[in-house]
Design a protein around this ligand. Structure first.
Ligand SMILES: C[S@@+](CC[C@H](N)C(=O)[O-])C[C@H]1O[C@@H](n2cnc3c(N)ncnc32)[C@H](O)[C@@H]1O
Length: 209
């Protein structure tokens, strides 16, 4: 980590961080975490935090909860949060599915899964975040009408995501197919690399019934 990230992590973690322990599920009280009751967007696998920070800055009436395992990415997001003076971001460290298990049902306004690890080998597909049981868990934490938004540059994963999301009886495809690229999703390193390599990026937006 850079000195700046190390410094940001040590100073800002107590106020903005949430530890997600391995093992027993820990309940999370979102109003307590953010100090207010506002719609909450969950950002799964926030990476270096650029998307989270940009979207939270543009959307101050909603709160953004990022979850990531990678410490430098968490530190970088905390640094971005401080530099932009954001009050509507919190950062959880640990496994996204453990965090989601600790949330009450029907509470999230949206769940973002942008450029999740594609796990391209067939024998590793079981590690993918977008698969039926995980989708059922994520969807159960969305409020009715809440949005699950996924994006990937991995064509085979995009088709698998679509099949999985189409098969969930509680989700409705908001666009009847792949969605046009939404302007509110910032371009990150992963998307720039995909564009340079000529790989199309697929967005999928589904609403909970
Ligand atoms: C390919 S990166 C994409 C980062 C970011 N969403 C973006 O578009 O720039 C995927 C991220 O998901 C994180 N990740 C993978 N599995 C995770 C899990 N179970 N819980 C939380 N984060 C996870 C990885 O550490 C990595 O930073």
């Amino acid at each position: 980590m850079s000195d700046r990230q190390t410094d940001a992590l040590s100073r800002l973690w107590p106020a903005y961080g949430l530890d997600v322990p391995d093992g027993p599920v820990v309940p999370v009280d979102l109003a307590d975490l953010f100090g207010r009751r506002a719609p909450v967007v969950l950002e799964i696998g926030s990476g270096m935090g650029d998307s989270t920070a940009a979207m939270a800055a543009a959307d101050p009436d909603r709160d953004y909860l990022a979850v990531e395992v990678h410490t430098p990415g968490i530190a970088n997001l905390l640094d971005l949060v401080e530099r932009a003076g954001l009050r509507n971001v919190r950062v959880a460290q640990g496994d996204a599915l453990s965090l989601v298990s600790g949330l009450p049902e029907d509470v999230l306004d949206a769940v973002h899964v942008f450029f999740p690890d594609p796990w391209p080998k067939s024998r590793h597909h079981k590690r993918r975040i977008i698969q039926p049981t995980h989708v059922a868990l994520l969807r159960s934490r969305l409020r009715p009408g809440g949005v699950l938004h996924c994006a990937t540059d991995w064509a085979e994963y995009a088709e698998a995501m679509k099949a999985t999301l189409d098969a969930d009886p509680e989700l409705v495809d908001a666009y009847g197919g792949f969605a046009p690229r939404p302007a509110h999703r910032p371009v990150t390193k992963f998307e720039r690399r995909a564009i340079t390599a000529g790989r199309p990026v697929a967005d999928l937006l589904y609403r909970r019934r």
